[in-house]
Write a protein of this length. Structure first.
Length: 486
């Protein structure tokens, strides 16, 4: 396996050894899989003791009751869910890719690799679980079950993996009128999908998750391509798997939820609905393949400890008018009437550096005619508690208020141009492009030019390059010489 990424943010890669595993899961080379499996088993042994793992509910669903003090993973499927999105969200939340891979390596499968790739989806940092594998035969449900049972997996990982495969086989068998054991799992029988399913269950184990819960699952519309040709979206298998569970339609002609993702939630989730009362310890986003307008194409997971029943605020009444689903955010605010301008400016900078989506100030007139400012901070809900403490520490305020809301960020990407030999990044969205202020400021200082002139030239240079003109533009420095623009 390649080493984990350092501060530079390089992708984390774990590669399966190419040696063929025998009937006992033995790897080629001096290190046997038994050693790997025993090492993994020691790490998870304490988590296995004394827990009820009975199967309950529809299609062998794993429930593992929600009790105070247990660890829960809540999947927020606001943009749907797929196998790689579920795995990516858990890796993004801190599941060690090396431990996950060590469990996967006990399966008798060759020629695959697992990569945790850092990406952005609508401006939100996420992890894309990329599984690269050679094409193999189409496997039946019985064949895939045999592969999982032959692997030396921790007991709970094996049970969860088999429950997911059983849920999918039951749904496919009903749709094709065949016994579940004889169902050909075209998508899930492939090596990459097996890695997604077992890898997700392994990542839950690495994070010590006792219970899985899920939000209503978003699905798309239109048509999707499958091994059987074009099918309605959501696919019939997704509809069957999520029958009886809450789903939400999106006016997007994209397969937001795949059969693998639906099977994971149908088999593992003990409940569907709003986020349970919990103390969030970790969170992560698992990225889908493409970028979407209006919302991140990602699945969010929150991992934490279940809070005692009765804690937390009462649920709010549903709004009279329903808005389209967007990215969930928390808006934190504090009124400040005794803070200097220098402290205000630093507070905004600190909030942004601490991970806020955005931070800004507005003027206010408080009681007794006192002039003041309101600090606004937009942050992911999982980071709200830490951000509240940061606001208190930086401003000295005695109170912070907040509310939950949604936002709809547009898809965007970055490009680079040069102005007078100075690099300037361009943020490109649908219908517009804008020079990055910090880069333009640095270039203006280096060239001795007005900031607005550098911004204009950078945006014109990008526009000409995009249109294929490629001639650049001229700008005048203070000595009257036109520096070159690339």
């Amino acid at each position: 396996r390649a080493p984990r990424a350092g501060a530079g943010g390089a992708a984390v890669v774990a590669v399966r050894d190419g040696g063929r595993m025998g009937r006992m899961g033995r790897r080629a080379g001096p290190c046997g899989a038994g050693i790997v499996a025993r090492r993994v088993a020691v790490r998870v042994a304490d988590r296995e003791r004394g827990r009820d793992r009975g199967r309950m509910g529809r299609m062998g669903r794993m429930t593992g009751g929600v009790s105070a003090g247990g660890r829960v993973a809540w999947f927020h499927c606001f943009s749907g869910i797929a196998g790689d999105m579920a795995l990516g969200s858990l890796l993004d939340a801190g599941a060690d890719v090396g431990e996950v891979t060590a469990m996967l390596e006990t399966l008798p499968l060759d020629g695959w690799s697992l990569e945790a790739e850092p990406v952005l989806r609508a401006g939100v940092a996420a992890t894309k679980a990329v599984v690269r594998a050679r094409e193999g035969p189409v496997r039946t449900h019985a064949h895939v079950v045999a592969l999982v049972e032959e692997g030396r997996l921790p007991a709970r990982v094996r049970r969860r993996s088999l429950a997911v495969l059983d849920a999918l086989a039951q749904a496919e068998g009903k749709l094709h009128r065949r016994p579940p054991a004889q169902v050909h799992l075209h998508e899930v029988g492939a090596v990459d999908a097996i890695v997604d399913v077992v890898g997700t269950c392994a990542a839950l184990e690495v994070l010590g998750v006792d219970t899985v819960q899920c939000s209503p699952v978003a699905v798309g519309m239109g048509m999707v391509r499958s091994a059987h040709g074009f099918l309605p979206n959501p696919a019939p298998a997704v509809v069957e798997l999520l029958a009886g569970f809450p789903t939400e339609g999106r006016e997007v002609s994209v397969e937001l939820t795949t059969p693998t993702g639906a099977a994971l939630m149908a088999a593992l989730a003990s409940g569907f609905g709003a986020q349970p009362a919990m103390t969030v310890e970790r969170s992560g986003f698992g990225a889908g393949t493409r970028d979407l307008d209006g919302m991140p194409n990602a699945t969010q997971v929150l991992v934490g400890v279940v809070a005692p029943v009765g804690t937390g605020p009462a649920p709010e009444a549903p709004p009279a008018v329903r808005l389209p689903a967007g990215q969930p955010v928390a808006l934190l605010e504090a009124n400040l009437d005794d803070v200097t301008g220098e402290v205000l400016a630093r507070s905004v900078a600190v909030m942004l550096a601490s991970g806020a989506h955005d931070a800004w100030l507005t003027g206010a007139l408080m009681k007794k005619g006192r002039p003041a400012h309101v600090l606004h901070v937009l942050v992911d809900p999982s980071g709200a508690a830490a951000m509240i403490e940061r606001i208190r520490a930086e401003t000295g305020t005695l109170g912070v208020r907040g509310q939950l809301m949604s936002r709809w960020p547009a898809a965007r990407h970055g490009e680079m141009v040069e102005v007078g030999g100075q690099p300037v990044r361009i943020k490109v969205g649908r219908g517009r492009a804008k020079a990055e202020h910090d880069d333009a400021l640095t270039a203006a200082a280096a060239l001795g030019l007005p900031l607005r002139e550098v911004i204009r030239c950078a945006e014109v240079a990008w526009a000409e390059r995009s249109e294929g003109i490629g001639e650049g533009v001229e700008l005048q420095d203070r000595k009257g010489q036109p520096p070159p623009v690339a």
